[in-house]
Design a protein around this ligand. Sequence first.
Ligand code: LLP
Length: 447
Amino acid sequence: FSSGVARDDDQVTIQGIPVTELVERFGSPLWVIDENDFRARARAYVDDFNTAFGSLCGGVDVYYASKALLTVQVASWIREEGLRIDTASGGEMALAMRAGIEPAHIGLHGNNKSDGELHTAITKRIGRIVVDSLAELHRVAHMAAKLETPANVMLRLTPGVDASTHHHIATAHEDQKFGLSITPAPDAQTSVAYQAAHIAAEASHINFVGLHSHIGSQIFDSQGFEAAATRMLEFIAVLADENIHIEELDIGGGYGIAYTEADDPAAPAVIANNLARHLSAETDRLNIPCPRISIEPGRSIAGPAGLTIYTVGTTKTVWVEHAGVHHPRRYVAVDGGMSDNPRPVLYDADYTAVLANRVSDAEPVLSRVVGKHCESGDIVVNTVYLPEDTDHGDLLVVPATGAYGHAMSSNYNMLTRPAIVAIKDGAAREIIRRETIDDLFAREVDL
Ligand code: LLP
């Protein structure tokens, strides 16, 4: 739960506002963001990493990975808290600029950027285009020369480490779509990363700003980051011998959060300290200067600051067999589901839920919270013990839904998406309004 969540005598409150009041004012289901908590997490990354690295490698720039949760107001919070922003499409880039983030503080990612996206990134002079392949590097060099505008380029490399996370969100191993490999192909003398670094260093209209690696997402400790950093620094040392000096190393995002009590991620400050010590030792060993560091946290800023409020509709109990023993399982259906949070169905992600509108002393029973979509995989919380009397009209709160919920939401089954309410200093306001049935028709061409 975000820092502002508490349970008063009879219900869950967020910064003192009862969930029933939020639902009365803004409807259900509802995404709620504790703005103070979001801002504090954002600021903590800036402070913790700068404190840890300050004396060892210099300052750290924090780029919020906007894919986790992006609205114009969220981007403004990021700007106000002193972070920069990482975008992964023309849409995210446009929104960041709309929120007043200066182009120099924007990064653009993507394994398949369009000509239009590259054109915008170059002409707006965004701070870094994170180039993902040799083919893209050639396109950027060509376009920048033609526009007679230098392109700020960072190269995304594949450090070849296996991060322990779900395979859909691991990105540093070789056999996936992202990045330039540091390992030479069996039929080649040099790696594509090596070739790209030479091209970037020599191209007339490329300002080569540094190297990038991202090992994956929902990672709980610093070991994977350290292994990746070592590979990156060894590569930087090779380039240094050839007089190509890398000034900045981005070590990506991916810091994990607790979705349930079973999750135990290291605190950002711990990861920052471990990484700073590791980078300092490794740069000494390799006899290279410590590059300026940047990071790209998304989930760990937005995720814990958010929660979803649902209203219970129907319930039923089935009998299931486990290891020869039959026991009841209660299905509790709510008014949202995979359209407002596809993570359980995509990644088998675990969440938890609590009865939020009242206190019950009924016995907790094995329950599964499901949505209202036409799929049996439409699960909100797979396994949770809810009071036996949880029923129609009750409110459930699912914590830690701030990241990759709204961002990956859909209108599946023509559901209208919930509003996002931000709560700051005890006051709640909509930052994204609830969708209407008319919104669902907005793109019909023959109405
Ligand atoms: N930087 C790069 C280059 C990335 O690809 C990502 C995430 C991040 C930073 C931020 O990672 P974070 O700090 O949020 O873990 N939809 C999935 C997560 C996909 C992450 C994709 N890239 C989920 O809901 O778990």
